[in-house]
Design a protein around this ligand. Structure first.
Ligand code: CMP
Length: 143
């Protein structure tokens, strides 16, 4: 059993895609173990995206992700990290295949609707950054 961090970014919330995205995740067979909507603080956003801090787009990425409410989730299931990356599709919507969230719902690299952790280490770090362990539910998924 694996956990990953998933965010519906402010563009996804503003376009009312939260239900669509959660539905795709649940229908695949993954479990929503925690979910919160809030406006990410600048400090949390900078920590979350710290690996990109030297990139030219860092400033615009931080202002965008803190520009309005986003939905943070802990998603749980077998191979949840790789499966969530596959459900999301390629980071650049130009390369994202139809059938993926970005392939179906996004056209812009900076406004690509969703984020998911890319590896076990980042999943652990991002979950700990955005959630207390007590906020993550342990209920069973009944399939
Ligand atoms: P995400 O999966 O959240 O991880 C880092 C984010 O940076 C990525 O999705 C993109 O939204 C954003 N990003 C990556 N490259 C660029 C770029 N060249 N210009 C603007 N945003 C980018």
């Amino acid at each position: 059993m694996e956990r990953t961090y998933v965010m519906v970014k402010p563009d996804g919330v503003q376009r009312c895609l939260v239900g669509e995205i959660v539905s795709r995740i649940e229908k695949k067979g993954l479990k929503v173990a925690a979910l919160r909507m809030n406006v990410m603080t600048e400090a949390a956003a900078k920590e979350h995206y710290k690996e990109h801090s030297e990139r030219p787009f860092f400033g615009s990425l931080i202002s965008f992700v803190t520009s309005g409410p986003s939905v943070s989730m802990v998603i749980e299931g077998n191979n949840a990290i790789k499966i969530m990356r596959a459900i999301n599709g390629a980071t650049n919507p130009i390369d994202a295949l139809p059938g993926t969230i970005r392939g179906d719902l996004a056209v812009d690299m900076g406004r690509n609707v969703v984020h998911a952790s890319d590896a076990p280490e980042s999943a652990e770090r991002e979950i700990a950054l955005h959630f207390e362990e007590s906020e993550i539910s342990g209920y069973p998924r009944a399939d």
